[in-house]
Write a protein that binds this ligand. Structure first.
Ligand code: ADP
Ligand code: ZN
Length: 702
């Protein structure tokens, strides 16, 4: 093949995928594949792996064979390619003989560029598995081939024969997760030892990280979702029961949520997944079974109702949000009860120690007092110099204080309880609770009983967890989770050692701000974005594809901002390629035109409405209160009408004195039009409305 130059790559990227520039190492990877070299691509979820093999396929003579583990994923990819005008199809054993024949014909006659297939179905493709038809092979989710990876699939083992039977065809292995051992294993098993490796950063900057204590998490979740109308999100729970209970509670609060777990029938699960992909159901409460194989780019948030058992799982799950690159949010609820529960799961399993160590790392992440992204990335062996600025620790750094007295109270209570009681009872004693457990055991006679009444239950929990983390006490998991002293406890109790604690976080402020934003948003729900979103939904429904395949949220946002009105302008939007311009451009531009016309008309209407009331003899205040508008708005209407030559007696709203002052200011301020400089120039003594009126009169007279 001739050398493909950068310009051609960029042209194809734009005309077929709608993008203007490559991300991460996409271009190098594509060039490597076009040079017919084997390639290993490790890129985080949402990084943009697909284009790496899809774009080269457009330059090859034969097809690109894509091995993908999940049928749902294949269908999605094929829909996406078709929406971009790239001929693609998939092959699987559930297709009828006629459908399968059609696939063969399309390959032989070179009608398609990409063919997706699951490894199990490969043997059925025997008659086209030769160099005459296949130019390139891509293996998606390549970590499935390795028993070292975390999703080992026996059917992937057979892929080794590909290199043997098609030695000239370049193989590209792609995955989002593979540590060193898994990488080596992938190359070995695929027999591509000299593959060029491209390992991109794991950092997903657009996902903001937040960890909160799990107090009243249902309430917190309801608030969180209410603040984000029309946004899709996933809530991960530890148990099937929790997914059911939570989705019910959300439903009771008018949030359309559905549960998803392995206990539901295949049909139910498929239906729920489909509804989620197509924006018909926006919130899913799921066990970890959900999300694998979903490419939906407009998942805006992921919540962990329970703590995941390791960082790999956590990172993969939050990675399902914000694939389109727009801001996304990951919220983790951290509770000690969860840690205890997870510990139990691990007990007596094969590799208990490894799992415990992983759980500990997860816990450290949840309890971090430094930038969370640093911790996360360092777990994957990646170091970042600066704090990220997009996690809760960065935006609300913990405040430390001298917590020695608090620590002494806790440790003394633990001693007096002889290290036999769990955290709940320790706090009950500190708070002087009068429940039967306390009274039956006569704990109300202890010296520390009631010593910490002034501190809330929640805050006690917060402090005790920190004391555990700092090693001043520990949980005996094998003794009903009793809190016990450690060697360090004595230092605090008897040797004067000081303890630093952090103050519990206040979330109220953040919530207030967010609530205010939502009210504003609700009022403007007839925004252009909302209209574009509805149009996208309608088109997707007609074509029976997922809405984000028509345009991603990122593309809709850009359309909203740029308001393109010609083909050229529309094509300049990121995410709009040639086919999407031709098929969708017209409708979207019509929607923009309608929106702008209505806006113009509304503006005109509202001014005329003011004029009518003015003519009826109402004062400015009366018009304002009648129309539920600010008087400043009414003054601006009147000024506009006055300039248009309507019969408005503006002079009654000002005095000759003010007119003179403003005229003078106008000279000094060199014809400034904004009001604020006048207000300041006039020593803040003349009200804004009067300045506006005076300026209008002066303008008309000049
Ligand atoms: P991955 O398979 O790595 O999880 P995808 O291939 O699904 O990621 O890509 C994630 C999203 O990013 C998709 O919506 C895709 O269209 C978009 N994308 C990929 N490459 C680019 C690019 N160069 N510019 C803008 N968006 C891109
Ligand atoms: Zn940070």
């Amino acid at each position: 093949m001739e050398q493909v130059v950068e310009k051609e790559l960029l042209e194809k990227l734009k005309s077929n995928f709608g993008y203007d520039s490559f991300r991460l190492e996409q271009q190098q990877i594509i060039e490597n594949i076009l040079a017919k070299k084997d390639t290993l691509v490790i890129m985080p979820t949402g990084g943009g792996k697909s284009i790496c093999y899809q774009l080269p396929s457009l330059f090859f003579e034969g097809i690109t064979l894509v091995i993908s583990p999940l049928i749902a994923l294949m269908k999605d990819q094929v829909d996406s390619l078709k929406a971009n005008g790239i001929p693609a199809t998939f092959f699987n054993s559930s297709q009828s003989p006629e459908e399968q024949q059609q696939v063969f014909d399309d390959v032989v006659t070179k009608k398609i560029k990409l063919l997706y297939v699951a490894p199990e179905s490969l043997p059925l493709l025997e008659n086209i598995l030769n160099q005459a038809y296949i130019s390139s092979i891509a293996i998606d989710e390549a970590h499935c081939i390795s028993a070292w990876g975390h999703d080992f699939r026996p059917s992937y083992k057979q892929l080794a024969f590909l290199k043997k039977s098609l030695p000239e065809v370049p193989i590209t292995a792609l995955t989002a997760t593979a540590d060193q051992a898994t990488q080596e294993d992938i190359l070995k098993q695929l027999a591509i030892p000299y593959a060029t490796r491209y390992i991109s950063s794991f950092n997903r900057e657009n996902i903001s990280l937040d960890v909160r204590p799990a107090n009243q998490r249902v309430q917190q979740i309801i608030k969180f979702i209410e603040k984000r109308p029309n946004q899709a999100g996933i809530i991960y729970c530890l148990s099937r029961k929790a997914t059911e209970q939570l989705s019910n509670k959300l439903l009771q609060n008018n949030i359309q949520a559905k549960p998803y777990h392995a206990g539901l029938s295949f049909e139910e699960r498929a239906k729920t997944q489909e509804e989620f992909i197509k924006d018909e159901c926006e919130v899913i409460c799921a066990t970890i079974a959900f999300g694998m194989g979903i490419d939906k780019s407009n998942v805006r948030w992921v919540i962990h109702y329970n703590m995941p058992k390791n960082i790999e799982g956590y990172y993969q799950e939050i990675g399902r949000s914000g694939r389109d690159g727009l801001p996304a949010k990951a919220l983790l609820f951290h509770s000690y009860a969860d840690v205890i529960q997870l510990r139990k799961f691990i007990e007596n399993t094969g590799n208990q120690e490894v799992q415990e160590a992983k759980l500990d790392r997860m816990k450290q992440f949840a309890e971090a007092t430094v930038c969370r992204r640093k911790i996360l990335l360092s777990y994957f062996g990646e170091l970042i110099e600066k704090d990220c600025g997009n996690c809760d620790v960065c935006s609300n750094p913990p405040q430390f204080f001298d917590g020695t007295v608090i620590a002494q109270k806790v440790l003394s209570a633990i001693y007096r309880l002889k290290g036999q009681e769990a955290m709940g009872t320790v706090i009950d004693v500190l708070k002087g609770a009068r429940n039967s457990n306390i009274l039956d055991k006569n704990y109300d006679n202890l010296k520390t009983y009631g010593a910490g009444k002034d501190i809330s239950w929640k805050d006690w929990q917060h402090y005790i967890i920190q004391l555990i983390n700092q090693g001043f006490c520990q949980i005996a998991f094998h003794l009903n989770n009793a809190l016990q002293p450690t060697a360090f406890s004595k230092k605090v109790l008897f040797e004067g050692e000081k303890v630093q604690l952090t103050t519990p976080k206040e979330f109220k402020k953040e919530e207030k701000i967010a609530t205010r934003k939502t009210t504003v948003k609700k009022q403007t729900d007839n925004s252009l974005f909302e209209r574009l979103r509805k149009l996208r939904y309608r088109i997707a429904k007609e074509e029976d594809i997922a809405a984000y395949l028509v345009f991603s949220d990122a593309t809709l946002r850009e359309i909203e901002k740029e308001r393109p009105q010609t083909d050229g302008e529309f094509l300049a939007i990121s995410g709009v390629g040639q086919r999407k311009l031709e098929v969708y451009g017209g409708e979207f531009m019509d929607e923009i035109k309608n929106f702008l016309n209505e806006k113009r008309k509304n503006k005109k209407d509202t001014t005329l409405e003011t004029y009518k009331l003015y003519q009826e003899g109402l004062t400015v205040e009366e018009i304002a209160s009648y129309r539920n508008l600010k008087s400043a708005t009414i003054f601006s209407h009147l000024s506009k009408l006055y300039l248009e030559g309507k019969n408005i007696n503006l002079k009654t709203y000002t005095t000759p004195e003010v007119l003179k002052q403003v005229a003078n200011a106008k000279k000094v301020l060199q014809e400034e039009v904004a009001l604020k400089p006048y207000f300041e120039f006039l020593k803040e003594e003349v009200p804004y409305d009067q300045i506006r009126v005076a300026l209008t009169i002066l303008q008309k007279e000049s």
